[in-house]
Design a protein around this ligand. Structure first.
Ligand code: HEC
Length: 243
């Protein structure tokens, strides 16, 4: 430290001035690129939020169509035509249809994910993971929360996760209630030993959309670094030219 002070003392005034200028410029470039980084990150998050909202709205619209039009029509058709069949998984389960559609979506957008899970699922594959269990607990303790959103790390990759609670409605209990009420064909596909004891209004599970952020964040980091380096280079070049 003493040595540095000694060297600095013995420098000419113009060199001291240039060093000081260099320090101020580095600080300025650093601040400027940091501001750019956070500005672009905010923009990217806004964009990811919009993407998540769009995806959820689209997938919910599909689910609502099955719930409100397709499924009742098929139930009516089976009844009126005296057909023995009482359930077609591929056409009557909104969750099955949503999951299958999202699987197709994922063939192009590999890192995106959509999940509908429940603590007592019909399909045993739909149990929540540890992270989703924590969010479910949070929804249980704070029933006023209608939407949870955050940036979450999974295997070192960052995702924007948007989660909504799913509550039991009366019509759900046909399949998600007592075993005796459930369509026989459904029980053949997903046999169960006991009744589900859901009541209307209970928190049954959640739907979650995972939007990958890693590529966006990496790109933004690169832009910030390039801004910093090119800013420094420009000013250094200017200084050299002036000298
Ligand atoms: C006609 C039967 C039927 C009705 C009515 C029904 N579901 Fe389901 N639901 C299913 C089937 C079958 C699955 C499993 C789909 C699969 O993965 O193949 C399922 C799965 C789910 C899941 C994922 C967890 C699990 O149980 O596997 C949720 C959450 C869910 N349904 C919510 C609802 C809600 C909310 C309603 C009412 C608004 C409802 N369902 C009405 C048949 C039904």
């Amino acid at each position: 430290m003493k040595k540095i002070k000694f060297i600095f003392k013995n420098l000419s005034l113009s060199t001291k001035f240039i060093l000081y200028l260099l320090f101020v410029i580095t600080l300025f470039c650093f601040l400027f690129s940091t501001i750019i980084y956070y500005f672009l990150k905010n923009q990217a998050l806004e964009e990811a939020r919009r993407e998540a909202e769009l995806l959820i709205t689209q997938i919910d619209a599909l689910g609502d169509y099955v719930k409100e039009e397709l499924r009742p029509s098929l139930f009516r058709f089976f009844k009126e035509s005296n057909i023995k069949e009482d359930f077609i998984l591929e056409a009557m389960s909104t969750t099955h249809i949503r999951t299958k559609v999202m699987q197709r979506f994922k063939t192009k957008f590999v890192d995106y994910d959509y999940r509908r899970v429940s603590l007592k699922p019909i399909n045993p594959q739909h149990l929540p993971n540890d992270f989703e269990r924590k969010i479910l607990k949070n929804f249980m303790q704070n029933p006023e929360i209608k939407r949870w959103e955050n940036i979450v790390d999974f295997n070192k990759d960052k995702y924007l996760v948007v989660i909504k609670p799913i509550h039991v409605e009366r019509e759900c209990l046909v399949c998600h209630g007592k075993t005796k009420d459930a369509p026989k064909s459904l029980l053949k596909i997903y046999p169960r030993k006991e009744d589900f004891l859901w009541r209307v209004g209970d928190l049954m599970g959640l739907e979650a959309i995972y939007v990958p952020l890693e590529n966006w964040l990496l790109e933004i980091k690169h832009i910030a670094i390039i801004t910093f380096i090119s800013g420094m280079l420009t000013v250094i070049l200017l200084l050299v030219t002036i000298e």
